[in-house]
Design a protein around this ligand. Structure first.
Ligand code: OFO
Length: 169
């Protein structure tokens, strides 16, 4: 049985993962309006990943005999100055999520919940990958600057990203 404290920390994180999904959906709309279909595809994969992250915790709480109650999802930002600014915002957001996953690990430790720790370890590793993926695209965008041809080439590259459902835990 999951403790009240651990459950409430997971519910809070489920909300943050769903917010991530919502934020990335908003960014997808931004790229769709610029007709950058590779960036749209990249965001689509990211949206599916965030949904899977939320559901991994959702299923876990229920599996441990807990109760999932959902809160409202905050309104995401809907406009940015450039693709570079979008990826800067994604990196900042992922760094924030990493700090929240670490706080979740702190609760698992405080409550001596070893099963939760195993699950949370997966998310800790996943955040390393998330930050690295986003940081890679951000570095490319920084090099590209105002070069439209290079942006077009990056768009083609991002069109190749595919979603593989993660095995969480
Ligand atoms: Fe769920 O990793 Fe991004 O936010």
């Amino acid at each position: 049985m999951i403790s009240e404290k651990m459950q409430s920390a997971f519910l809070d994180q489920i909300n943050k993962e769903l917010y991530s999904e919502y934020l990335y959906l908003s960014m997808k709309a931004y790229f769709a309006n610029l007709n950058l279909q590779g960036f749209v595809n990249w965001m689509d994969v990211q949206i599916q990943e965030e949904h899977a992250h939320a559901m991994g915790m959702f299923d876990y709480v229920i599996e441990r005999g807990g109760k999932v109650t959902l809160e409202a999802i905050d309104k995401p930002q809907c406009d940015w100055q450039s693709p570079y600014e979008v990826f800067k915002a994604i990196l900042a957001h992922e760094q924030y999520v990493t700090s929240r996953i670490n706080a979740l690990a702190d609760v698992a430790q405080e409550t001596n919940d070893r099963a939760a720790m195993i699950l949370i370890n997966w998310y800790i590793k996943e955040q390393v990958e998330e930050e690295s993926n986003v940081g890679g695209v951000l570095a490319q965008l920084e090099m590209i600057g105002n070069d439209k041809h290079a942006l077009y080439a990056l768009d083609k590259e991002l069109a190749q990203r595919t979603f593989t459902a993660p095995v969480i835990g």
